[in-house]
Design a protein around this ligand. Structure first.
Ligand SMILES: NC(=O)c1ccc[n+]([C@@H]2O[C@H](COP(=O)([O-])OP(=O)(O)OC[C@H]3O[C@@H](n4cnc5c(N)ncnc54)[C@H](OP(=O)(O)O)[C@@H]3O)[C@@H](O)[C@H]2O)c1
Length: 301
C-alpha cells in the first residue's frame, strides 16, 4: 500500500506513518493508493489507484470537486483537531477589540501614552453559528467569561455550554440579540453567503462579526459596505473569499477590522495531531475497518 504525503511533515511524523506498515512517498505520486493532503488535491484524474484522501484540515470545500464527489474515493477530514486553537483565535480577536489593542499598538509605535475605554465581556451575548467541534469550543470559553451564549443548529436541541439554541431558519433572532457573532459553519452550498446584506442589517450597530470558518460564508462586499456605513462596529477575519486577500481589498486599511492570514488552526500541535489521527485511520483502513471522520460528499462536511 503506497501513501503519498502531499504536505510537509517533520522526519519524526513521516516515520510515524511509515511505522503503520506502508510504503511512504513524499510529495505527489500518481500511483499512490492513499494521499494525505492539506486542503486540496490537484490533478485528481491522474491518480490511477487512489482509494482514500485524508486532509489534515477540517474544511473540505476545495477537495470536493465534481470529479472527487462522483468517484468512489473516500474522503476523511481532521474534524476534532481544531476545537482548542480556533476558539482561542476567536476569543483573541474579540478581546483585542474589547481591550482596544489595535489602537494601543499604534499608540505604542508612536510612543503615545493614551488611555482607551475598554469593554468587558462579562454579561455580553455571543451568537455562535454552527455548533460543531469549533462552535462548542467557542461556547465553552465564552461561558467561562460570564457571557450569555446563543447558538444555531439544524439538528442539535441541547448543548451544555449554550443558553439558547435557535433553528438556522430563525437566524435573525441570533443576529439581532448578539453583541458578538462567531461563524463556525463549514462552507457548503447552503452556507455560501449565509451572512449577506440582509443578515448584517439584523445585527446590532455595536456588534462584532468574527469569521474563523471559511471566507465565502460571508458576502465580503456586503460586509465591507456594512463596516463602512457603521451598520456593525467591527469584524475579525481569519478567512476571506480569496486567499491571500487581494492587496487592493479595502479591508486591509479599515480601522474596525482585524485581519489574520488563515492561521487560526495552525499551532505547535497541529501537525502531530493531524498525523496521529491519520495513523489511527490508516491502521483501520489496513484492517478493512470503518474509517473515522468520513466526509458526507453530498452534505459537504
Ligand atoms: N480558520 C481556520 O484555521 C479553521 C480551522 C479549522 C476549521 N475551520 C473551518 O471551521 C469549520 C467548522 O469546523 P468544525 O470542526 O467545528 O466542524 P464540525 O464539527 O463538522 O461542525 C460544523 C457544524 O456546522 C453545522 N452546520 C453545517 N451546515 C450548516 C447549516 N447550513 N446551517 C447551520 N449549521 C450548519 C453542523 O451542524 P449540523 O450537522 O448539526 O447541521 C455542525 O455542527 C470547518 O468546516 C472549516 O471550514 C477553519
Amino acid at each position: 500500500m503506497k501513501v503519498a504525503l502531499i504536505r510537509e511533515l517533520s522526519k519524526e511524523n513521516i516515520e510515524k506513518v511509515r511505522r503503520c506498515g506502508v510504503e511512504v512517498v513524499q510529495g505527489v505520486d500518481y500511483d499512490a493508493d492513499i494521499v494525505l493532503v492539506k486542503s486540496r488535491i490537484d490533478n485528481f484524474h491522474r491518480y490511477k489507484n487512489l482509494k482514500w484522501i485524508h486532509t489534515s484540515f477540517t474544511g473540505v470545500n476545495n477537495i470536493l470537486t465534481n470529479e472527487v464527489k462522483t468517484s468512489k474515493v473516500i474522503v476523511t477530514n481532521s474534524k476534532g483537531n481544531y476545537g482548542t486553537q480556533v476558539p482561542e483565535h476567536a476569543i483573541a480577536m474579540i478581546l483585542a477589540f474589547n481591550r482596544r489593542l489595535k489602537e494601543a499598538f499604534i499608540a505604542q509605535q508612536n510612543k503615545v501614552w493614551k488611555e482607551f475605554d475598554a469593554t468587558e465581556l462579562y454579561g455580553k451575548t455571543v451568537g455562535i453559528i454552527g455548533l460543531g467541534v469549533i462552535g462548542t469550543g467557542v461556547a465553552k470559553i465564552f461561558k467561562t467569561f460570564g457571557c450569555r451564549v446563543i447558538g444555531t443548529s439544524r439538528n442539535i436541541k441541547k448543548n451544555r455550554y449554550v443558553d439558547k439554541i435557535v433553528p438556522i431558519r430563525s437566524l435573525e433572532i441570533l443576529l439581532s440579540e448578539s453583541d458578538y457573532v462567531v461563524l463556525c459553519v463549514p462552507l457548503t452550498r447552503e452556507t455560501r453567503h449565509l451572512i449577506g446584506k440582509k443578515e448584517l442589517e439584523y445585527m446590532k450597530k455595536s456588534s462584532i462579526l468574527i469569521n474563523i470558518s471559511r471566507g465565502e460564508v460571508v458576502d465580503e462586499k456586503a460586509l465591507i459596505d456594512a463596516l463602512k456605513k457603521g451598520k456593525i462596529k467591527g469584524s475579525g477575519l481569519d478567512v476571506f473569499e480569496t486567499e491571500p486577500l487581494h492587496k487592493k481589498s479595502p479591508l486591509w486599511l479599515m480601522k474596525n477590522v482585524i485581519i489574520t492570514a488563515h492561521y487560526a488552526g495552525v499551532t505547535q500541535h497541529q501537525e502531530s495531531r493531524a498525523v496521529d489521527l491519520f495513523c489511527k485511520n490508516l491502521k483501520l483502513f489496513l484492517k478493512g475497518k470503518k474509517l473515522i471522520n468520513v466526509v458526507d460528499k453530498e452534505k459537504g462536511y
